[in-house]
Write a protein that binds this ligand. Structure first.
Ligand code: NAD
Length: 512
């Protein structure tokens, strides 16, 4: 595999093959990975198809059956995970830059968050593997004399499907616990952003992971992704992406009753209470919907303001947003970068048009920024939409861009009702200087995660995931390996006698 390297800011285009059965596999046709900021070629990547997916699953199945990795002691599995984490830390300057170029994130955010935040997750999941209780047991309670054990066993072949927005952490949340638990894995990264997953595979190979234990098939969702969802030998599928595709993955998984983890869309309600510190809340509201140009499932895209503060708050947001610098994401002075693709830009602009058509007001932004630096790449201005009513599409559907829908409310109860009036339930936020009041609101929200006076926090020790149509299951946190193991109950009685058995309930007392 040729690897990209950067010298004095100029990046050499590299070619990446996919990783199947311990071999780096190329194809005649390739995907082109282009910078969302400049449309320049960043890399070319092998274009896998259903045959590659089938091959990867076949190899992963035979490695699972042979027990090569499953029977490796957890401490040794953890050591392999740690080696990969250490290598990523050593290569962080090079890889964070590659990651930023691939997804168009500002380097200032990508280094500590999109790339850097994945490193403690890797370490945490390696440590969790080392201390996870794969077996627990003791005497059974009740009239029988037997004892019992619960063994947490590897499930088998686990498939992982990853989106383009922040691929490294999202891939780590799947690959690390799946391998830590002893499974074999087939990953399908997004065809527009597969480079970090391929780099993970490269470091796992170098760390001594047995061939065929981790496979990466770089292919399209509708072919390779759908095949993994329906393949009879895939026992579990972990998917991050849109709710619509998540439903299709779940339907595909139903025929073979696969275990499913889904991390889907969101429409994060961000509630400012009337006792909030306004300076913090204004910046917090902008951070919630503008980080990575709003391309985070957990973004705070519905801003709920007390009617008494609405006009002041919006005016202060507009004043602050005017100070933000949009442009070259590789410049550390840049605040906001591009959106990921032309299709994404057009979709965002169509949502802004729909808001206007439904009677909302575009109070700031709403277009492509003007200037020579925006002639290449895909750009949308930070956009603040007011006069939003709960039934409007801009209040209900995930835009996945730098757009916030502002709604006014009169009481805390109304704010909670507005926040919960959504098919989604991934993330939410409350801004207040009163802890009791903030916690009361947080507890009433239908959401997998609630941040009080902050946003976007995803620490490794805490679970990430949503309720309602934002997903199923959780990633990270102390239960991360539970999602990749089956609990097997074994009872045993080595006393040799009939005492304490349930036999007599059916067979009566044995004849003399
Ligand atoms: P998407 O659903 O279009 O694609 C996600 C992945 O699924 C890609 O790898 C794609 O190739 C694959 N895919 C597409 N069609 C498929 C099919 N029929 N079967 C199997 N796989 C298929 O999503 P996207 O536009 O790439 O990503 C943005 C979405 O992801 C947003 O909705 C966002 O909210 C969501 N997301 C959720 C989380 C979370 O943790 N909840 C995190 C990041 C992104």
């Amino acid at each position: 595999m040729t690897v990209l390297h950067s010298t004095n800011g100029s990046t050499t285009v590299g070619h990446f093959r996919m990783f199947v059965g311990g071999e780096w596999v190329d194809t005649d046709e390739h995907f082109e990975i282009r910078s969302p900021a400049t449309e320049e070629l960043v890399a070319t990547v092998a274009r896998g198809d259903v045959a590659h997916a089938n091959r990867a699953v076949a190899v992963a199945t035979s490695v699972h059956q042979a027990g090569t990795w499953r029977l490796t002691p957890p401490a040794e599995r953890a050591a392999v995970l740690r080696k990969v984490a250490d290598r990523f830390a050593e290569r962080s300057v090079e890889l964070a830059e590659l990651h930023a170029r691939e997804i168009g994130a500002t380097i200032r955010l990508a280094e500590p968050m999109h790339f850097g935040a994945a490193l403690p997750h890797m370490q945490y999941l390696a440590d969790l593997t080392a201390r996870y209780e794969f077996e627990q047991g003791g005497p059974l309670v009740g009239p029988v004399l037997a004892s019992g054990r619960v063994r947490r066993e590897a499930i088998g072949v686990c498939a992982a499907i990853v989106p383009w927005n922040i691929p490294l952490p999202l891939a780590v949340w799947k690959i690390f616990p799946a391998l830590g638990a002893g499974n074999t894995v087939v990953v399908k990264p997004d065809e527009n952003a597969p480079l970090m997953v391929l780099e993970l595979a490269r470091e796992f190979e170098a760390a001594g992971l047995p061939p065929g234990t981790l496979n990466v098939v770089t292919g399209e969702g509708e072919s390779v992704g759908a095949r993994l969802a329906t393949h009879p030998d895939v026992r579990k599928i972990a998917f991050t992406g849109s709710t619509e595709t998540g439903r299709s993955v779940m339907r595909g998984a139903a025929d073979t009753v696969k275990r499913v983890t889904l991390e889907l869309g969101g429409k994060g309600p961000n509630i400012v209470l009337d006792d909030a510190d306004l300076d913090t809340a204004v910046d917090g509201a902008l951070f919630a919907f503008l980080a990575h140009s709003g391309q985070g499932c957990e973004s705070g895209t519905r801003l709920l303001l007390p009617r008494s503060l609405h006009d002041t708050f919006v005016a202060r947001m507009i004043g602050r947003v005017k100070t933000l610098r949009i442009g070259d994401p590789m410049d550390y002075e840049t605040d906001l970068g591009p959106v990921h693709s032309a299709a994404q830009r057009d979709r965002i602009l169509a949502y802004i048009d729909s808001a206007r058509a439904e009677g909302a007001t575009v109070a700031y932004g709403g277009s492509v920024p003007q200037g020579p630096e925006f002639e290449r790449g895909f750009w949308v201005e930070p956009t603040i939409v007011t006069d939003v009513r709960p039934h409007m599409r801009i209040a209900r559907e995930e835009v996945f861009g730098p757009v916030v829908a502002v709604l006014a409310y009169d009481t805390d109860e109304e704010a909670v009702a507005l926040a919960n009036d959504s098919e989604y339930g991934l993330s939410a936020g409350v801004w207040s200087s009163d802890a009791r009041r903030a916690f009361d609101v947080a507890e009433a929200l239908e959401s997998g995660m609630v941040w009080i006076n902050d946003w976007h926090l995803a620490p490794p020790e805490y679970p990430f995931g949503g309720v309602k149509q934002s997903g199923l299951g959780r990633e990270g946190g102390p239960g991360a390996l539970d999602e990749y193991t089956e609990a097997k109950f074994i009872s045993y009685d080595l006393s040799g006698g009939l005492d304490g058995k349930l036999y007599s309930l059916v067979l009566g007392t044995p004849p003399d």
